[in-house]
Design a protein around this ligand. Structure first.
Ligand code: FAD
Length: 457
């Protein structure tokens, strides 16, 4: 009886799961393994929201495997040592793993390759639709501009989804942590409570949301995805981050849907692949400027704290930051304008903003978060690096009635209409009653700070 190990990482699903499929095809029995990485537990990557969501994902994956006669084996330790030890223990003749993009994932793959040699099989296009590095411009190892990348990305043939296993035979006697212990371990390592309105994790919930999203017409997505109050985006990002959903399956299904809304949705998924291929080629971009601009970041700690707490005095910025704290998720337009406010108005280092987002976002993802932050900061792949998003213009365009602000900033809930975006214009007595802060900085002054710091004026 031959045995293979399917080492799960950011691919916590059984549908369109090439790693599990390949392990099942290669051997009589499979050990589905997830390692609670000691290097991640207790680090900034083990934040309360993602730890709670991960516990849901692992429980759900275990239940799906049990329904097929198997189970998930969860162990704690170093992933490489754990996989190598388990291979020796079970006499496994193969270890299957999805290719990752971060420096951490690449180092893990290198160590596994050294330890396992030919036993290791790494599968591309599991975490992304198009494998990082599969399309490159002439003479370069990755695309630095989105539009030409998109053209090539669209032309790539989509792989067929891997068939969902009916049975997963697991060898007897392989020890692992109990699921209740896994949840407790994650909760204690995360140190802190999850956000009150965190979505439930796991493939089952992800697929339910996916069916609801694809089952409704996508027509409005193109026109409404920037509408802050309309909440007209898929909210599938955490399920994609943990791999509860296959991006390939999602893109194939969306590409089959007619209309500009579906095409716009597919384009957003191409952005995800784009950032992944940048990080795979430049893992240091998680912490270093991709394109240094000589910035001398200037925001002080008090300003950073006001931004984090949603007390900047700019209602649309504060609404975004409070949505993040409450849901562990923020609308993309709000991510753009809150990030721009930090880096281009307060002139705060993008790393401080990215770290705060990573601490709270349930979809917090090194590739998407750090490279979107760099895009907004103008140190990344934006071809217009010095543009500044004025929060009042953003508010007028994307929250024209002020509903988003009233939803998230209760102090301003009684202010009607778009006047909610400029509380400083209300009469002084009304303003005093609202208990809402004065603007932290004058917008023009803030922009001057950024332009001077960057040596633009
Ligand atoms: P939809 O509009 O329904 O889009 C579908 C999917 O496309 C998303 O789930 C996501 O996987 C992908 N996508 C959409 N926009 C982008 C984008 N700009 N870049 C990369 N992928 C995209 N996304 C993350 O998944 N994790 C992060 O940590 C993250 N941090 C961000 C930080 C900043 C400063 C900014 C500006 C954006 C960030 N994004 C991040 C991208 C984007 O905001 C979210 O993916 C999106 O808001 C998720 O909501 P949704 O699933 O409803 O998106």
């Amino acid at each position: 009886m031959s045995t293979a190990i399917a080492l799960f990482t950011s691919d916590l699903r059984i549908h369109d799961q090439p790693v599990l499929r390949a392990a099942l095809d290669a051997a009589d029995r499979v050990v589905p393994l997830f390692v609670l990485d000691d290097g991640v537990l207790g680090s900034r990557f083990c934040a309360p929201n993602r730890a709670a969501f991960l516990a849901d994902c692992l429980e759900d994956l275990d239940a799906s495997l049990r329904a097929r006669g198997g189970r998930l084996v969860v162990r704690r330790g170093d992933p490489v040592d754990t996989a190598v030890r388990l291979a020796a223990e079970t006499g496994a003749t193969a270890v299957h793993l999805a290719a990752g993009v971060s420096g951490h994932a690449q180092r893990r793959e290198d160590r596994l390759r050294r330890a396992l040699g030919d036993l290791l099989h790494i599968h591309d296009a599991v975490v992304t639709v198009v494998a990082a590095g599969a399309v490159t411009p002439a003479g370069r190892d990755h695309f630095a501009v989105f539009t030409p990348y998109l053209r090539r990305w669209e032309q790539q043939p989509r792989r067929d989804p891997a068939p969902t296993p009916r049975r997963v035979p697991v060898p007897d006697g392989v020890q692992g942590e109990r699921m209740a212990e896994v949840r407790a371990l994650l909760a204690s390592a995360a140190a802190g409570d999850p956000s009150p309105a965190l979505p439930r994790g796991g493939e089952t919930e992800g697929r339910r949301r996916r069916e609801a999203w694809l089952g409704a017409p996508l027509d409005a997505y193109q026109d409404r995805h920037d509408d802050l109050a309309g909440d007209a985006t898929s909210r599938l990002s955490p399920y994609l981050h943990f791999g509860c959903l296959s991006p390939t399956e999602l893109v194939r299904d969306a590409e089959a849907a007619p209309g500009p809304g579906a095409a716009a949705f597919v384009r957003q998924l191409a952005w995800r692949d784009f950032h992944h291929q940048v990080l795979a080629a430049r893992p240091a971009a998680a912490r270093l400027d991709y394109r240094p601009r000589g910035d001398r970041w200037a925001a002080d700690e008090q300003e950073l704290a006001a931004w984090r707490e949603g007390r900047t005095g700019y209602p649309v910025v504060d609404a975004g930051m409070r949505q993040l704290a409450h849901e562990g998720w923020m609308h993309n337009r709000a991510r753009l304008l809150t990030a721009s406010f930090l880096v281009k108005t307060l002139y705060g280092d993008w790393r401080a903003g990215a770290a705060h987002f990573l601490r709270l976002l349930v979809d917090g993802d090194l590739a998407n978060n750090q490279l979107n932050w760099q895009w907004v900061a103008g140190t990344g792949t934006d071809t217009r690096p010095n543009r500044v998003l004025n929060p009042l213009v953003q508010a007028r365009r994307f929250d024209p009635r002020g509903d988003y602000v009233r939803r998230w900033v209760p102090e301003l809930a009684s202010v009607e209409g778009p006047a909610v975006h400029r509380p400083w214009r209300l009469d002084p007595q009304r303003r005093a009653e609202l208990d809402y802060p004065e603007p932290l900085v004058d917008l023009e002054e803030g922009t001057r700070r950024f332009r001077q710091g960057r040596g633009l004026s």
